[in-house]
Design a binder for this molecule. Sequence first.
Ligand code: SF4
Length: 406
Amino acid sequence: MAFCTGCSLLCDDIEVDFQGGKIKKTMNLCRKGHAHYDSLGVDRLAPAVDGSSVGIDEAVSAAAEVLAGAENVLLFGWGNSTLAAQGAGVKLAKKLGCVIDDPSSYSQGLITEKILAGDFPTCTFDDVRNFADVSIYWGDDPSSSHPRHMSRFSYFPRGEKRQRGYEEDREAIVIDVRKSPTAQIAADGFFKILPGGDGEFMEALMATLGGKIPKVEDKKKMLNLGTKLRKAKFGVIFTGPGLAHSLGGDLAGFASLVGRLNELTRFSVIPSLSDYNSRGFNQTLFDKTGHVNGVSFKNGVDHGPEFGIAKYLDACDAVMVVGSDPAAVLPGTLAKKLAKVPMVAVNSFKNLTTDIAKVTVPTAVAGLEVGGSALRADGLRVEFDAFVESDYLPDVEVVERMMEAV
Ligand code: SF4
């Protein structure tokens, strides 16, 4: 069996006949995973300094020079990196006495931190497949972002206590601002909310669960939802970026709802994370510092929103982005700020961030060209082997070489 690092489901049941850099035949690979395998020969990053090609050793030295010559360094990204590289990244941040952060500082970091701290109950995807009868996708569209989520785990499959599958045994509830592909599957279980209306929806749901008449237009539908949730035997809330962005830094309403649901029955929370090892970075940093992102090692361990990329770009004078593409996802104003900071980009592929970097350092694609380990979005640790031979360096080796050079 081969492995797919195309998203944080980390599917381990892939059968693929891969010859000459092309897929000849495959089983179980979704369209996103297919593209991930096909990308091995496309848009690969080359070692370069100021746009000129150099050897890998020269690129690593130039990268170390950028980092060592700066006062306020930000090490950012890490979602598409192995656990070993993430661990080395935290050590490098300590050695440089700098800030380390990942995209969760502007997305689902608070939710993940609550899970890791034991404040939100959670479970594994395998528990979901075997036991879950109600899945809530909140600001989350796994049909698009994690194409096998519903078929492997959360809606369509049969499971130990869910032998009748989605036809009779499972409910899908989608709370979103648009009728996404996941919402189309949920059909009547779709609740459309206005952008930023998540807090209001939570209040109405809390009122319903408390036996009150909710202040919403379709009272009957909300009361039915309350009944379904109360009767659930094993519920799960999959949180997506839509929910995180809407709530900003205020999780109080969501925490109350999760608490109330768990007074009535059992409800777990699992964040839908995009990069294959986003959870791994959050866990690695949490184990070392008690925080999942935005940590400064300048004076011991400091943490706060000022050390998240959105704010720290104003203070930093060098940034290294590893396994990530913030230039593509940050708001335009922040992306412009990022473009002005001397940058090292470590990645397997070219992207908008590598295009604006001063130094680029290529790496092998984890799970395909090099083995390693990672945490699935539900926290399960998985190990994977190389699938094809490659001359690219493993990401951990690149980070360790930089550590020696700075
Ligand atoms: S769902 Fe994700 S991990 Fe699974 S095959 Fe698709 S891209 Fe790969």
